[in-house]
Design a protein around this ligand. Structure first.
Ligand code: SAH
Length: 320
């Protein structure tokens, strides 16, 4: 069987998220520190105010994993901005039945398979490490452009008729069509119904050539093409292309995660929490914050990007 890379990646990730505990293979910002979800919750509350405090309002998350980000966000919202807590209706987009079950044990929400299925209304959408899991196509420049397909655990290159830029031989071009379709869906929806979407993910600031497909199993990099579903497949997010596809919205970022979180108060909040803990636990709290923010941790490669209704003021963290 020969399968285009995006079809292979979609099938592999669906099997992976349905059958394995992804968090045995990789860890994400909300799993590293509770402060990540708390800050994003309070970020959403400020955005809600700048939207004119609509009641009800949809608070949605794409790919909530174990539900940790949202549990931390709701706890902070309940304490600090209870009127937002009362106004919000929680909608989670998750296509893995086993992760839905984990989320349902912690959160009261409505679940959907696709972002397009979230009901109408003003919305604040969050997504951490969601876009990187969406399937990509890869093209390789030989004496003409070829497209990568997968067959028997290896790549096969087949000629393509796509119109692609004139890049030097050997170049690899990636395109994530579901991410582009999502950006144009959000552009349409948020422009008409109001709201803001925030995505945090990893990738360069500007579109760049290169093969970024990566597979992780047991926290180790492995061959992405062996046995579909045995490893987590991701690729760099092309933030520039994503923002460009969101026609008519104000695009904030991409901004390095370290700068974004520091501006939202990562170190103040982590320091305050640490003071209430034992010296060892306090140290761990501070080290987690550093891991999220430091350039050689997740602070530089990870970026935040917000797609905003043009009338909403620039959200917190993106203001210089
Ligand atoms: N946001 C979480 C989990 C990231 S892992 C965290 O930061 O810890 C990616 C998440 O997206 C998982 O919950 C996975 O099941 C979900 N997911 C991946 N592709 C999806 C798709 N096409 N539709 C819906 N959910 C998807």
């Amino acid at each position: 069987m020969t399968e285009r890379l995006d079809a292979f990646m979609a099938r592999a990730n669906a099997a992976y998220y349905a059958t394995r505990d992804p968090f045995a293979d990789f860890t994400t910002s909300p799993e590293i520190s509770q402060v990540f979800g708390e800050l994003l919750g309070l970020w959403a509350a400020e955005v809600w105010r700048s939207m004119g405090s609509p009641d009800p309002v949809i608070l949605a998350e794409a790919g909530p994993g174990r539900g940790t980000l949202m549990a931390d966000a709701l706890r902070a919202i309940g304490k600090m901005v209870p009127d937002f807590g009362r106004a919000l209706r929680l909608h989670l987009v998750e296509n893995s039945p086993s992760l839905r079950a984990v989320q349902a044990s912690r959160l009261e929400a409505s679940w959907h398979d696709r972002i397009e299925d979230i009901p109408a209304g003003p919305m604040i959408l969050l997504g951490n490490e969601f876009l990187d899991a969406l399937p990509i196509r890869q093209f390789v420049r030989r004496d003409r452009w070829m497209e990568r397909h997968v067959a028997s655990g290896g790549f096969v290159e087949l000629p393509t008729d796509e119109h692609l830029p004139d890049w030097p031989e050997g170049s690899v071009l990636e395109r994530c069509e579901p991410a582009l379709a999502l950006a144009s869906h959000l552009a349409e929806r948020l422009r008409v119904q109001g709201g803001v979407a925030l995505f945090v993910d990893y990738g360069p600031e500007h579109s760049a050539p290169g093969d970024s497909l990566q597979a992780l199993r047991d926290r180790q990099v492995c061959d992405p093409l062996v046995e579909a579903g045995s490893a987590d497949l991701t690729a760099h997010v092309d933030f520039q292309a994503f923002g460009k596809a969101a026609h008519g919205l104000a695009v904030c970022g991409p901004l390095p995660q370290g700068i974004f979180l520091a501006r939202l108060g990562l170190f103040q909040r982590s320091g305050a929490l640490a003071r209430g803990l034992s010296p060892d636990a306090g140290q761990r709290m501070i080290r987690s914050a550093q891991r999220l923010a430091e350039p050689d941790g997740m602070g530089r490669l990870f970026k935040a990007i917000a797609l905003c209704h043009p009338d909403v003021s620039t959200p917190p963290g993106f203001v210089e």
